[in-house]
Design a protein around this ligand. Structure first.
Ligand SMILES: Nc1nc2c(ncn2[C@@H]2O[C@H](COP(=O)(O)OP(=O)(O)O)[C@@H](O)[C@H]2O)c(=O)[nH]1
Ligand SMILES: [Mg+2]
Length: 254
């Protein structure tokens, strides 16, 4: 089974992309299951096949322990860790080729506590897996926003330790020229540096350039892929990039 974990900041478009990717895969007559790992979600734009909400009741946890939204999510994820084997069994019982896992939006809670990475590695243990990291087009449209989103992507990559594709989500809200410009930042660091020098000043510019150098030293990774979950564009290219990772063989969760 091929596992795709969809990650990104709250509101970056994870749930809608999960729905659109499923639709696209089904259109190609591939078998797919959706796993929802967000205990706090109300009405996701898809029907999940496996759902963390079957195991933990976010509203009840919030009420019982008098928690706020962040505390509630932390408690719910910590409790869900006890059921991770059941979740895994349920996913494998679907018998599909592709499992798409929609992750909670609060990245600082999901990626930077132990329960998130533990759940990811337990669910997909020994199966080919990758993370799709969504850069929200609203943020990545400026050179500073792009750079800070890439930095977050790097940090997420460090936490989950899986091959990762960076996607420019909601690309439909930008003009084609703007999308092309943002993609060129991922292709050529010098183009990004020029944009940064134009848009930033003083200390901010120094920080941004230092981060850019660091990303450059690390090799940059694959080119940013623009997608629109709303208009179903870029999904074919995304699938191609996913296949290249899945079939490369160095992507097993340890
Ligand atoms: N224009 C546009 N809006 C999108 C797209 N994907 C998601 N959205 C909107 O962005 C908001 C957040 O999307 P959602 O999938 O719930 O984000 P999540 O919190 O990361 O799961 C919703 O209002 C979506 O309708 C897209 O491709 N294009
Ligand atoms: Mg969501």
């Amino acid at each position: 089974m091929f596992f795709t974990f969809v990650v990104g900041t709250a509101g970056s478009g994870k749930s809608l992309l999960t729905a659109s990717l499923e639709k696209w895969l089904l259109g190609m007559e591939l078998s797919v299951a959706i796993v929802n790992l967000d205990p706090g979600v109300d009405s996701p734009p898809y029907t999940s096949d496996v759902d963390i909400r079957e195991y933990v009741d976010y509203d009840e946890i919030v009420r019982t322990f008098g928690l706020g939204p962040n505390g509630g999510l932390v408690a719910a994820l910590d409790m869900a860790v006890n059921h991770v084997q059941d979740l895994r069994d349920e996913v494998f019982e679907t018998g599909v080729d592709y499992a798409i896992v929609d992750c909670p939006g609060q990245m600082e809670l999901f990626a930077y506590r132990n329960s998130g990475p533990l759940m990811v590695s337990s669910i997909a243990e020994r199966e080919p897996s990758l993370t799709l990291h969504l850069l929200d087009a609203n943020i990545a449209r400026t050179p500073e926003g792009y750079l800070s989103s890439m930095l977050l992507g790097l940090s997420i990559n460090l936490r989950f330790g899986l091959p990762q594709l960076n996607l420019l989500s909601k690309s439909d809200i930008l003009s084609d020229d703007k999308v092309e410009e943002i993609v060129s930042w991922s292709e050529d660091p010098y183009v990004l540096e020029e944009a940064l020098l134009e848009s930033s000043r003083g200390l901010n510019r120094e920080y941004a350039t230092a981060i850019l150098r660091m990303l450059q030293d690390l090799g940059g990774g694959p080119v940013l892929l623009p997608v629109s979950a709303k208009q179903m564009t870029g999904i074919g290219h995304l699938y191609g990039a996913m296949q290249r990772i899945f079939l490369a063989g160095d992507n097993l969760v340890r």
